[in-house]
Design a binder for this molecule. Structure first.
Ligand SMILES: N[C@@H](CCC(=O)N[C@@H](CS)C(=O)NCC(=O)O)C(=O)O
Length: 222
């Protein structure tokens, strides 16, 4: 029995956690919760994560005697990525020194809050931001303008870098792949418009662990 169950939906932000598990090569059980089919709102899944969101990670530790299984649920992608990187430091999925670690948190906070919650979501789910259905199109238009500013910011920040944090591949690169895919999904010409971002994501996609996660989810990046 593995110690972990990762609840994920194909192509959702949970892809980054899925990749992290594949990179670590540790046993885990991926559990598919297909958002497009409403599986994130079933009583069974709401018992796991009452927020009805993915990813969620079930961590099944044994007590000191190794007998009684105890289970904890960790939500929020950034928290899960940090937990995995800290639990398996030999994989070097996050830097040790304070400033570089903070730089990773800076990236993930901005991706999660600005680019995801206040950005791509306004484009993919504008109806959630207004009660008047007639206003949804305007939310989507403004949201698209906002994410274009965000993608331009990413492109500038990745200039001249091998990976987002510099010389070392990290969970931030996995998280960035989610947004590269979403950019394509909302119709942005990612490959033409963002060459630095594309070059880095090509390197991420060349990794066998990333290819396994993508194949397992059955998704396309472009
Ligand atoms: N802040 C959360 C956001 C999680 C989230 O919203 N995940 C999306 C998938 S990318 C989801 O579960 N959406 C389901 C819904 O909005 O109903 C995190 O970073 O984990």
């Amino acid at each position: 029995m593995s110690n972990y169950r990762l609840y994920h939906s194909p192509g959702a932000c949970s892809l980054a956690a899925h990749i992290a598990f594949e990179e670590l090569g540790i046993p885990y059980e991926p559990v598919r919760v297909v958002i497009a089919e409403g599986q994130n709102q079933t009583p069974d899944y709401l018992a796991v994560n009452p927020r009805g969101r993915v990813p969620a990670l079930a961590i099944c530790d044994q007590d000191a005697a190794g007998i009684t299984p105890k289970e904890q649920i960790l939500t929020e992608l950034s928290a899960i990525l940090i937990y995995l990187a800290k639990t398996y430091p030999d994989a070097h999925l996050l830097p040790e020194d304070a400033l570089s670690f903070a730089r990773a948190v800076e990236w993930m906070s901005w991706l999660g809050a600005t680019m995801h919650a206040a950005g791509v979501r306004t484009v993919l789910r504008p109806e959630r931001f207004v009660s008047d259905p007639g206003a949804a199109a305007a939310v989507k238009t403004r949201g698209t303008e906002n994410i274009l500013v965000g993608y331009a910011d990413i492109e500038v920040r990745l200039t001249g870098r091998t990976w987002a944090l510099g010389d070392h591949y990290s969970v931030v690169d996995m998280y960035l792949l989610v947004f590269f895919r979403w950019g394509n999904r909302v119709g942005l010409p990612m490959r033409q418009k963002y060459p630095n971002y594309t070059r880095m994501m090509d390197a991420v996609r060349a990794r066998p662990a990333v290819q396994r996660a993508i194949a397992h989810e059955g998704i396309e990046i472009e």
